[in-house]
Every structure is written in C-alpha cells, then in structure tokens.
Design a protein around this ligand. Structure first.
Ligand SMILES: NC(=O)c1ccc[n+]([C@@H]2O[C@H](COP(=O)([O-])OP(=O)(O)OC[C@H]3O[C@@H](n4cnc5c(N)ncnc54)[C@H](O)[C@@H]3O)[C@@H](O)[C@H]2O)c1
Ligand SMILES: N[C@@H](CCC=O)C(=O)O
Length: 542
C-alpha cells in the first residue's frame, strides 16, 4: 500500500461501575465463578505453542483464600529459556519488516478485545489471582492496559514521524530501526496493565520479546497472552515463560542478542539484573537498553492551609486501596499539628478501622489480602518492629491474620522520629507512617522529607496557600517523578500522567509515553545528496 497513515486518536477507556443489579456486574460474577471453579493449566507460550515449563510446579492461589488453587504452572528451565530466546531471535526479521501500521493494528485490536469480549476474563483473573476488588481490577486490568495499548500506538507513530532537517540539495532521514535482537520483559505481580505493557511496548516498536510474568500474576498474564494471540500476534513475537525466572535470566542475560531489559518490580531485583548485565557486558552484540521502574516510599505533605476533608480521603485511598500494594501508595505522611489534633487523627483512625478487607468476590469489601505468604511475613515483621519501637504509636490496625487469607489490617502509625524506618523502608503493604509537626516547622519538615528515603517515585502536597505549595514543589522537585497538588499520589492515567520515578525508583522512562518507546529503537540517519560535489578543492586554495 502506498500511503502515509495516521493512527486513531486515543482516548482513555471509561471505567465501568458494576453497580448492584447491573448487567456488567452479573456477567462478571458468572465469569468469576467459572474461573474459580476449575484450575487452569498455566502454560508457557513459545513460538506460538503452549506447553508446561520443565521445572518445579508452582500453584497460583487466591490470596484472600489461600487454600483455593486457581491454576498450576511449572518453572521455566534453561532449555525452555533457550527455546524462548531462539524463537524471539528467529521472529525478528519478519516482525521488523512488517509495517508499523500492521503491528499497530494488532495491538489496537487487542485493546478492543480487552474492552469488549475479554474484559470480564481479564478482570476476573486479576481479582481472583491478585486479590483486587472490582474497581481496582477495572482501572488496572481493563482500562489501564487498554490505554497503554492505544496510546502507545499514537506515541509510536509520532516518534516515527520525528525527522531531522534537510537543507537545499540534501534529504536527511531518520530510519527508526527496531533494536537488533530481543527484549527481556520481567513484570511485577501488582498491575496486570504493567505486565501486559512491558512486552507489548517493545513488540509494537518491532522488537520480539521474552516475557517473564510474576508467578502470582500468572493467571491474568495467561489471559493477556491469549488476547495478544486473538488479536493476530504472529508466533515468536512475544514468548511467555513461567515461574521464578532464575533459569530464564541465566540464559537471557548472558545471550549475545539481548537488546534490552524492560523491568518493573523491586529495586533489589532490578539492581541484581543490572549487575548481571554489567558482568556480561562483553558478550553482547549491542549494549542492552536497561529500563527499570522500581519501588517507592511515597509521601503526602500537608501545609496548615490544607483542606482536611480532601487530605483524609487522599490518605485513606492513597495508602489503603489495593492493600497498599501500589508502588505509588502513600506510605509516609507529614501532617501539621493543628489539622492532626483538630480532628484528622481520630477520623483517620476511625475510617481505617472501618475498612473491610475480605474475599474480593464479595463486592462490598474495600480491599482483599496481600499477595502471598512472603509479603504477609514481611508486613507482620514490620508490625512487630513498630509495636516494639518507643517513638511509634499505632493509632489504627497493627494486626494481621493468615488463617484464611493473607490479611493485614490497614495500619496508621504515628512516629515522632522522622528518620524512623517507617519513613524510609518500602513495606509494600497497608502501613502508613505519620509524622506530626508544629505548624511553624513546615519548611524544615519538607526539607527533611525530601531526601530521607532513597526513592523518588510519587508524592503529594496538600495546601490551599499557593505560595506554600509552589515553594514545596521546588524543594521537592527531584523527590518524585509523579507529583500531585491536592490529590492522592496514586492512580496515574495513561496519556495524562505518564508514570515513573528516579533515584532508587528507577530509570524514569515513563511507561505509556514516547519516552519509553524511544528506548526500543536505534535510529539510523540517512543523508542523500541530490547533487554531490565533483571538485575536491576549496575556494581558500585559490
Ligand atoms: N515504579 C513502578 O512503576 C512500579 C510499578 C509496579 C510495581 N513496582 C514495584 O514492584 C515491587 C513489587 O513487585 P514484585 O513483588 O513483583 O517485585 P519483585 O522484584 O519481587 O519481582 C518482580 C519480577 O521479577 C522477577 N524476578 C525476581 N528475580 C528474578 C531473576 N533473578 N530473574 C528473572 N526474574 C526475576 C519476579 O518473579 C517478578 O516477575 C515493589 O517494589 C513496587 O514498588 C514499581
Ligand atoms: N501507575 C500506578 C502505580 C503503578 C505501580 O504499582 C499509580 O499511579 O497508582
């Protein structure tokens, strides 16, 4: 075809409400029952073929009811990883030769399949496997994943249109070449959207992928892979391997064709992977692109002029939605004494104590369980440490119970020492540290909060005094990659608040934006001279 295509103008997928008695809710409830009823074989997908991994079996369970097995996968072995890398490398020439518009059409179709016939399946698997309530599943697995797919197509098109200038007689062009080789995408448990976007973004730009989802997100990842296939993705373009990833990394990170790492997860895992790439640096044909979005210790700072009602809602939602398991979750708050003692303390404690956490298929619950036994043990140890700490007093929660599911009560802990671990360590659970300050110490507190934690992912300022808000925004300029004024620090929307942070929080390549897509291309510049010179001498030579 001879044409310069435009791509459809993206718009954010509107979230559905699932109100009692609605057809949407009834259909989703039927799908939840079907998926909970029979365990799924959680296969790998290599070169378009589904098969079980060659290593040890791993169960996927419902975190809120951990005896209930939803599916079984097997760890990918070294041989499985070799097969996945071989399939990706073999798929590369034909995939990068496919015009951008045709690759884009596959991902736009995947978005529409998710918005329509696959919506209940992706939401139900995310609810059951990751213990998300319906609203948390809907904004993640349906809306955000759909948005990533649609917006990336538009951002990728803009990137390809980016061209150098050409003076008279010359035509300069950018050939935005897909990276040579394959990208290794490793994804976290907490967002189905991130899990789907990390393999899809490099694939859209023409680079085949080996994708290793988190074992605890594998049920929804299994559905995501089926959606990509249903949308027409050719075999070998995205190869999904299952399990803990140790054997996969042994193969993929030592492979000469490793073109990039697309990672989201903890800072510790990212640092290990980066170190391994460094150790293998002489093996690669190209220097691998390393993109990693990692942890956070996200703050809310209130000025004495803040609206206490808005602050209360932001703290509850920001800290306790999805059990605090968002990298963006508010986990430290700095609150002026006038607001705290003027009622916020009691109200926050009462609201936190009233939040119901339980089986997410009961739509009345505010939240579910934390993801697994390891997370539960980490939170339980943190609560013990807090209980034994002289400078801390627990004003809500502080307890946990793993008899049925891995439940941790939403916890608010007031700490007088602003350097306490509760203000520096990412627990990735429903634990909010609060430091209360005398109103005239606002500036000191902001300066201290700026650098006390190693992370710089999200943060929020609450203030009606615009001068104070502007001052704090300047001081905190490098303390958060996503910064909010009078809003909670969670809930970024693709196309509106591109997401990512710096310092220990990652490479800040902003998922769902051209900043990210540019990492998967390696431009070639072509200069074409229409009238090349035919005399090698210069005027100054006389
Ligand atoms: N900044 C962001 O955009 C963002 C978004 C979501 C989550 N996160 C962060 O992710 C973390 C929570 O996610 P998690 O518990 O899944 O993180 P994690 O680091 O435990 O695991 C992430 C992924 O890495 C895999 N992995 C671990 N070691 C590996 C190895 N040697 N080789 C291959 N794969 C390996 C895991 O199986 C999983 O798929 C938190 O720190 C959170 O802040 C950050
Ligand atoms: N983008 C999401 C967080 C993703 C990390 O877990 C938010 O803004 O809440």
């Amino acid at each position: 075809m001879d044409a310069i295509f435009t791509v459809p103008e993206p718009r954010n997928e509107p979230p559905r409400e699932y109100s009692p008695g609605s057809a949407d809710r009834e259909r989703l409830q039927r799908r939840l029952a079907e998926l909970a009823g029979a365990p799924t074989d959680l296969t790998m997908t290599i070169d378009g073929q589904q098969r079980m991994g060659g290593g040890a079996p791993i169960n996927v369970v419902q975190p809120h009811q951990h005896r209930h097995v939803l599916g079984v996968m097997h760890n990918a072995s070294n041989a499985d990883a070799e097969a996945a890398v071989t399939a990706a490398v073999a798929a590369a020439p034909a995939w990068r030769a496919m015009p951008y518009e045709d690759r884009a059409a596959i991902f736009l179709r995947a978005a529409d399949l998710l918005a329509g016939p696959w919506r209940d399946s992706i939401n139900a698997t995310t609810m059951l496997g990751q213990s998300k309530t319906v609203v948390q599943a809907e904004i993640d697995a349906a809306c955000e994943l759909i948005d990533f797919l649609r917006y990336n197509v538009a951002f990728g098109r803009k990137l390809l249109a980016e061209q150098p200038m050409s003076p008279p007689g010359v035509w300069n062009r950018f050939d935005h070449r897909p990276l040579e080789g394959f990208v290794y995408a490793i994804t976290p448990f907490n967002f189905t959207a991130i899990a789907g976007n990390l393999p899809a973004a490099p694939a859209l730009m023409g680079v085949p992928v080996v994708w290793k989802p988190s074992p605890t997100q594998q049920l929804a990842a299994h559905i995501t892979m089926r959606v990509f296939e249903a949308a027409g993705l050719p075999p070998g373009v995205i190869n999904m391997v299952t399990g803990d990833g140790l054997a996969v990394s042994e193969v993929a990170l030592a492979h000469p064709e490793l073109a990039g790492l697309h990672f989201t997860g903890s800072a510790q895992t990212f640092q290990l992977l980066w170190r391994t790439i460094g150790e293998n640096i002489t093996r690669y044909r190209n220097y691998p692109r390393i993109v990693g979005e990692t942890g956070g210790k996200d703050f809310v700072v209130a000025h004495p002029s803040a609206d206490a009602d808005a602050l209360h809602t932001a703290l509850i939602r920001g800290a306790f939605e999805y059990q605090g398991q968002k990298c963006s979750a508010a986990s430290r708050a700095y609150l002026p004494r006038s607001i705290w003692e003027g009622g916020l303390r009691d109200r926050l404690a009462a609201t936190a104590d009233s939040l119901t956490y339980g089986d997410v298929t009961d739509f009345r619950n505010f939240g579910g369980a934390v993801i697994d036994a390891r997370a539960f043990a980490k939170h339980s140890a943190a609560l013990d440490m807090i209980a034994g700490s002289d400078s801390c007093s627990v004003i809500a929660g502080g307890t946990c119970d793993d008899s049925e599911g891995w439940f941790v009560r939403p916890t608010v802990v007031e700490c007088t020492d602003p350097e306490h671990k509760v203000f520096t360590t990412e627990y990735f659970g429903p634990i909010l540290g609060v430091h209360v300050f005398d109103d005239d110490r606002f500036e000191d507190v902001v300066r201290q909060a700026e650098g006390v934690a190693p992370y710089a992912l999200t943060g929020a300022i609450f203030a009606d005094d615009k001068r104070a808000a502007n001052w704090a925004s300047e001081v905190l300029r490098y303390a958060a990659g996503n910064f909010y004024l009078n809003d909670k620090p969670t809930g970024s929307v693709v196309g509106q608040q591109p997401f990512g942070g710096a310092r220990a929080s990652g490479t800040n390549d902003k998922a769902g934006s051209w900043h990210n897509l540019i990492r998967w291309v390696s431009p070639r510049v072509i200069k074409e001279n229409f009238v090349p010179p035919t005399d090698h001498t210069y005027p100054h030579m006389g």
